[in-house]
Design a protein around this ligand. Structure first.
Ligand code: SF4
Ligand code: SF4
Length: 307
């Protein structure tokens, strides 16, 4: 199976998060047309493949307020060779259209407490007809919101916590977040990755709107292009060339962490395998704290939204 992280030119968002360079950014009509055309080209390519695909849309901004992302999610979810199609979203969009998607559609939802009334967000999550995880950025100001959300979400809904960019957590602070998300230790520190085997560039690729293929969103080297097929010859196992990897959509593919087992069945939408079982039968996976690394940079070419 080939896993694809797709990111088109869309860079606008309807939210205004203080920690995001894409807050309230607007795309011009031309940029939106280009994003739509790029996504439709990608979905047509995906539909024509023989290989089994797993797709995660990772837009810089918010995709689901645009009809073409909603349509892509629904249509791709029904293709027999698409094992999973998921998208990172702030869930500001209407959600009734999700009833048209198959059970292979999924959402990676982020709660931004300053941007949406709590009750409205909670009600929307509770009504979702597709698989989903919900997450929050580990800003100390978010802690009461995260606790409240954990208490109010159904126990079978996984609530993840992303370490805030550049923040060092004391052990006591980390313990507070770990009480909400037992897997927070994976996010707390960047993961030393230099020379370690990572599935990206082989069974996982990153695709941009023009078809440019890289191994992941964080390594600028180009492997080829999706649409002329030139990326195929470059697919092979290879070690990570970066010092560290600090973003879940990257390090989940780092073989040494074993996260394909932890997230089996929910790698793209970030749902641990244990959350797929009834709470009574669940034994929570225990995260092994990652070794602390002095470098917090993953070599990402441009700042991204905190999902
Ligand atoms: S963090 Fe996400 S929701 Fe918030 S402004 Fe950025 S893209 Fe929008
Ligand atoms: S930066 Fe992360 S995702 Fe990219 S190759 Fe290294 S470990 Fe893999």
């Amino acid at each position: 199976m080939l896993t694809i992280l797709y990111r088109g030119p869309l860079a606008s968002c309807d939210y205004d998060c203080a920690y995001c360079p894409f807050a309230k950014r607007r795309d011009t009509p031309e940029q939106l047309r280009a994003d739509r055309a790029a996504l439709e080209r990608f979905t047509a390519w995906a539909a024509a493949q023989d290989e089994e695909l797993s797709i995660l849309f990772t837009p810089w901004g918010e995709g689901l307020v645009r009809s073409w992302y909603r349509r892509a999610l629904v249509e791709l979810s029904w293709l027999p060779h698409v094992a999973k199609v998921a998208i990172q979203t702030n869930l500001s969009c209407r959600t009734e259209w999700l009833a048209e998607a198959s059970e292979r559609a999924a959402l990676w939802v982020t709660y931004h407490p300053t941007q949406v009334p709590y009750e409205r967000f909670l009600a929307k999550v509770r009504s979702l007809p597709v698989r989903h995880s919900v997450g929050i950025v580990g800003d100390p100001a978010h802690l009461p919101h995260a606790r409240r959300l954990r208490a109010d979400l159904p126990p079978e809904t996984y609530l993840w916590v992303n370490a805030e960019e550049g923040r060092l957590y004391t052990d006591d602070e980390a313990a507070e977040w770990t009480a909400i998300d037992p897997l927070f230790p994976y996010s707390r520190f960047p993961h030393a990755s230099a020379g370690l085997p990572c599935r990206t560039g082989d069974t996982v690729i990153s695709v941009y709107g023009d078809g440019t293929v890289r191994r992941c969103h964080f390594i600028p080297e180009v492997l080829g292009n999706l649409y002329d097929g030139s990326y195929r010859a470059a697919r092979r196992p290879r070690p990570c060339p970066a010092t560290a990897c600090d973003c879940h959509i990257g390090y989940v593919h780092l073989e040494s962490l074993g996260l394909y087992d932890v997230f089996a069945g929910g790698i793209l939408e970030r749902i641990p395998h244990a959350w797929g079982t009834p709470p009574a039968a669940r034994s929570h996976p225990t995260a092994t704290p990652a070794p602390q690394h002095p470098c917090s940079s993953s070599g990402e070419p441009a700042p991204g939204p905190l999902r």
